[in-house]
Write a protein that binds this ligand. Structure first.
Ligand code: NAP
Length: 342
């Protein structure tokens, strides 16, 4: 059995991780950790558990975790992960960080978009970007996996097959994405309170959302050249899910079949990417509480316009589900283990 610790166990992503790992046949939850001083029963934060689960969420004790845990999940706000990741890597543990602290290769880019200092610059070289479908062979060998952001997961999976084969005009990428409120985490903010969100819909951080450089970095790696995107996030008055509508311009000679073939070649064998039949498009209800990314494609051959629509659950494929998928890849388990919701 693999002993796993979760730091930030009371977070949105931590709770989802616990639910997934409790049904994982090769995992034992050795430590559930809070930044608070008091221990509390897991049932107090996860009311859906059966009576015989006696786990506790406890204050952070490095020595205890280091002694027993093999793999550490960090479900902490960005900047809070840096020192913890460094300490656990030094102790020889596998670290999967759900925050943004190790996603960007360049600390300069990180500091300019996040507005804080990066305290572990050297460790960035060791980190592998954990978008499972695209970077599996690197994830297999990595002890520091930077789990992708929720918006980037849906956007990158939607665009990568077309960019990789140079089927679209690289300068014409527009990502119009809408997320449920759980994407903003648990901290109280005026703009995510019920009265602001209910019966409302609005764009935020236009042109300055911190996921922009992450999307551009991964797409540039896939394309083999510098890629820039226009990315506009919106807040939906729902709990969870991200629907991204991506507007592209195809190259002149490219046909609809070429686009369809690209997705089939890349994702036909992927357990968690589902391609919609022509003329049908993803819906959040189909992916909520699952690790699926659904992709639908429209192409107007005459006008050259391509529209790709992707849907994911921000807390599962956009966070904890993908983190478990990455753990499965890294530890040699079957990739669907713990993630079968069907
Ligand atoms: N929400 C999403 O859809 C999503 C998707 C992908 C990635 N992520 C990333 O995953 C990480 C966790 O996100 P989340 O939404 O699950 O977080 P969250 O619900 O806001 O919870 C964060 C947890 O971190 C702990 N914490 C430790 N130090 C803290 C500090 N200085 N300030 C505030 N909290 C602190 C708190 O636990 P205690 O109170 O028990 O100490 C808190 O419950 C973040 O880096 C986020 O960007 C989130």
């Amino acid at each position: 059995m693999l002993n796993c610790a979760i730091l930030g166990a009371r977070s949105h992503t931590g709770i989802e991780l616990i639910k997934i790992l409790l049904r994982h046949p090769h995992v034992r939850l050795s430590h559930l950790v809070t930044g608070q001083k008091q221990a509390l029963p897991l049932t107090q934060v996860l009311g859906t558990l059966p009576k015989d689960v006696n786990l506790e969420i406890r204050p952070f004790r490095f020595a205890e975790i280091q002694k027993k845990a093999d793999l550490i999940f960090l479900c902490l706000p960005h900047t809070e992960s840096m020192e913890k990741a460094a300490a656990f890597r030094k102790a020889g543990k596998i670290v999967i960080d759900l925050s943004a602290d190790f996603r960007l290769n360049s600390w300069r880019v990180y500091e300019s978009w996040y507005g804080v200092k990066h305290g572990q610059k050297e460790l960035l070289k060791e980190a592998v970007y954990g978008l499972s479908e695209l970077f599996r062979s690197k994830i297999e060998k990595s002890d520091l996996i930077a789990n992708p952001g929720c918006y980037p997961t849906g956007a990158i999976l939607g665009i990568a097959p077309l960019l990789k084969r140079h089927l679209i005009d690289e300068g014409s990428l527009v990502i119009d994405a809408k997320s449920g409120v759980s994407g903003a985490g648990k901290k109280l903010k005026p703009e995510t309170q019920f009265c602001e969100v209910d019966e409302n819909f609005y764009a935020y951080k236009v042109g300055r959302h911190q996921h922009t450089p992450e999307i551009e970095q991964a797409l540039s790696e896939v394309a083999g050249e510098e890629i820039e995107v226009s990315f506009v996030p919106h807040l939906l008055p729902i709990e969870r899910g991200i629907l991204s509508t991506i507007y592209l311009q195809k190259k002149k000679s490219v046909k609809t079949e070429d686009l369809q073939k690209a997705y089939l070649e890349d994702y036909g064998q992927e357990p968690f990417v589902r391609l919609k039949a022509p003329g049908t498009y993803p819906s959040l209800k189909d992916v909520q509480r699952t690790n699926f990314c659904d992709i639908g494609l429209f192409c107007d051959e005459e006008r050259g316009q391509v529209i790709v629509i992707t849907a994911i659950d921000n807390l599962i494929k956009g966070a904890s589900g993908q983190a478990v998928q990455n753990m499965n890849i890294r530890c040699g388990f079957q990739e669907e283990e713990g993630l079968r919701t069907w």
